[in-house]
Write a new protein. Sequence first.
Length: 134
Amino acid sequence: MSDAPRMFRVIMEVADVDSASAFYATLLGVKGRSVAGGRHYFDCGGVIVALLDVSATGQTPRPIPGDYYFAVKDLEAIHARATALHCLSTQRVHGEGGGEIVTRPWGERSFYAEDPFGNGLCFVDETTLFTGSR
């Protein structure tokens, strides 16, 4: 057993936990669960993606500074849901459309999206994950 810390939760700030949880339930294809304090949790393979509604304290949500990466079994299904939610990235990634399913220069087959609160997301075909060991 490794002594390395294990990440178990990441938090995304949102302004409306109900609309955010509906968005993520549709996009991820899982329901998640409401917890106390304006939070909604999604279990994502050992890491909880927590939506935190900061509007009750008068704050404006701060988007994460980068992207959260999700390994998925069915990239096309997630892409279809992202298309229906109109959340595909319009940014260019290494000369390709971020919202398009593309094999990136590092070998991952992926696409990028953005939630309604400005958080960047990347969905990667789990059979193509690059973890730095190739």
